[in-house]
Write a protein that binds this ligand. Structure first.
Ligand code: COA
Length: 169
């Protein structure tokens, strides 16, 4: 159905988790190109700068041939319409996600030029994961291995080490 089509998976990815990776890998198998759109979410406090989030995604998705990484600031629907995206991909983790996702899909449907929103059920092993929770556990010294791709974990560690060095200086 989506062969040869462009699908968008957007999020703040602050940072990318294995829950996101599950949706990315399954999304790649469904379409021609999966665009990963790193978005500014103005209602959230940023933990990693925009560029760092994109770099982490680049490192973690190197094995996927049909991924394109981009970023945008503004309306998701404007980005969808300007890039010729056929559908937006979202992951549903739990019933609690449903109401918010339905509102967002319906609002976006008014604004999209014909694109659809497609939902995949999140893998049960990651349904409790969120970027903020991973970041909080990591920044307090907890073990997040297995919750983020290994290359993302390495990046988070070196980012933290650089920040500590700069604070000491
Ligand atoms: N596995 C694990 N975690 C997941 C997940 C999955 N499959 N899917 C989502 N999450 C996590 C995310 O990491 C995020 O965690 P956080 O809140 O701790 O950062 C949380 O669930 C919520 O995810 P999501 O709803 O995708 O939020 P987001 O901030 O990552 O992305 C945008 C939201 C950017 C897509 C949305 O705000 C947007 O479209 N912004 C553009 C402006 C716009 O058009 N607004 C009008 C919309 S109608």
């Amino acid at each position: 159905m989506l062969t040869g089509k462009k699908l968008l998976y957007a999020g703040s990815f602050d940072p990318l988790t294995n829950g996101h990776m599950d949706i990315i890998e399954r999304g790649c198998a469904l379409c021609g190109t999966l665009v990963i759109g790193v978005a500014k979410n103005h209602s959230k406090r940023e933990k990693y700068p925009f560029d760092a989030r994109s770099e982490m995604i680049t490192l973690a998705t190197g094995h996927l041939a049909n991924v394109e990484i981009d970023s945008f600031d503004g309306l998701l629907a404007d980005y969808v319409n300007s890039r010729g995206i056929s559908a937006v991909l979202r992951g549903l983790r739990a019933c609690a996600d449903f109401e918010y996702e339905m509102q967002m899909a319906q609002m976006n449907a008014r604004l999209y030029g014909g694109a659809e929103t497609i939902f995949l059920m999140a893998a049960p092993s990651y349904s409790f994961v969120s970027s903020s929770m991973v970041h909080e556990v990591f920044s307090l010294g907890g073990d997040v291995s297995g919750l983020v791709p290994d290359k993302v974990l390495e990046y988070m560690k070196s980012f933290e080490a650089r920040n500590i060095k700069e604070t000491i200086r």
